[in-house]
Design a protein around this ligand. Structure first.
Ligand code: EAX
Length: 319
């Protein structure tokens, strides 16, 4: 009896001992397991656990269970979390240069997105994460953002006037929607309840997010503005990264790159599905809004850009 007890106790202790020697990576995201953020995180987990021979264990904390995106970034700075898949918007308070890629209407194709984000400009911006005590590993994709609301069809910028639009906790996004004429209200994701209770009239997100969160139940009108390309970033704790052996530092860069390429393809392959599904679920869609009216309102924002944000914005505009 006693022997069996010890055997069981030993068996229970063994896995703990193995992991105690290795590394545990707590990864935070704000979206649910059907999201692309999660699919990327899952791919990263598979690659890292396999190639480290189980020496690294990745735990995915989804649905804001470890806090909103701003809070996840703060926890990464303190090494309370080790990884996150975060939207570029709320990062601009931490890394101002990221505003360059969030400038409205700056990307007109995926080819240009990939050229900039995977090229020198993107690499330079990721390098700047270090000064915020973070590691910017790789860009992946949320998608082009589109506006929805419950009040009225939006065709021109004038139709937005006075609408209470939820925006991300981002300096740039607040400025964009102020300039368009809305009443921007920053709040963290998710926002279904606030929409259903009419605390806010509208919001803007990629089609996948609008569909996966069933926002068609609480938003009647969708306008394909594609006003901002919404990048996601694999972000990590610098303190954690600095303490990793070289071979694992390399593995983290490889795994985030592979997971990002995988996720972008998955996201783009499904783009048409989401539009069809939103229509099927009753949304009234304006597929050809007057984009010139929106551009006219937001272009003066360029003058407010300073420092590296301005430098990279000018470089992208010159391409
Ligand atoms: O996918 O907060 C937001 O609007 C972001 O797009 C978030 O990543 C939801």
């Amino acid at each position: 009896m006693k022997k069996t007890f010890y055997k069981i106790a030993l068996l229970c202790l063994l896995p703990v001992g193995v992991f105690a020697k290795g590394y545990v990576v707590n990864l935070g995201i704000v979206t649910t397991p059907n999201s692309f953020h999660y699919k990327a995180a899952e791919k990263f987990k598979q690659i890292v656990e396999k190639r480290s021979g189980g020496d690294i264990q990745v735990k995915i904390h989804h649905s804001s269970s470890v806090g909103n995106e701003t809070s996840i970034l703060q926890q990464l700075q303190l090494n309370a979390l080790q990884m996150g898949v975060i939207t570029a918007g709320p990062m601009d308070k931490f890394i101002p240069a990221i505003k360059a890629i969030g400038f409205p209407f700056i990307f007109d194709s995926y080819a240009k997105v990939d050229k900039i984000l995977d090229g020198k400009i993107g690499q330079d911006i990721l390098g700047q994460f270090q000064s915020a005590n973070l590691i910017g590993y790789h860009f992946l994709e949320n998608g082009f953002r589109n506006i929805t609301n419950s009040k009225r069809p939006i065709h021109t910028a004038a139709d937005v006037k006075g609408l209470k639009i939820r925006v991300m906790n981002s300096q740039l996004h607040i400025a964009i929607w102020k300039d368009i004429g809305a009443n921007p209200t920053p709040m963290p994701w998710p926002i279904y309840t606030q929409l259903s209770q009419h605390v806010i009239d509208g919001q803007e997100n990629p089609l996948a997010v609008i569909d996966q969160y069933k926002l068609y139940e609480v938003q009647k009108y969708l306008t394909l503005t594609r006003h901002v390309y919404s990048a996601l970033v694999f972000v990590g704790s610098k303190q954690f990264y600095d303490a990793l052996p070289k071979k694992y530092q390399t593995l983290f860069f490889e795994a985030t790159k592979e997971a990002s390429i995988y996720e972008r393809k998955l996201n783009r392959d499904k783009a048409n599905y989401f539009l069809a599904d939103l229509k099927k679920n009753g949304m009234i869609v304006d597929e050809h809004p007057d984009l010139a009216s929106f551009k006219e309102k937001v272009m003066p924002l360029k003058k407010q850009y300073r420092g590296d944000a301005k430098k990279y914005l000018d470089m992208i505009l010159a391409q």
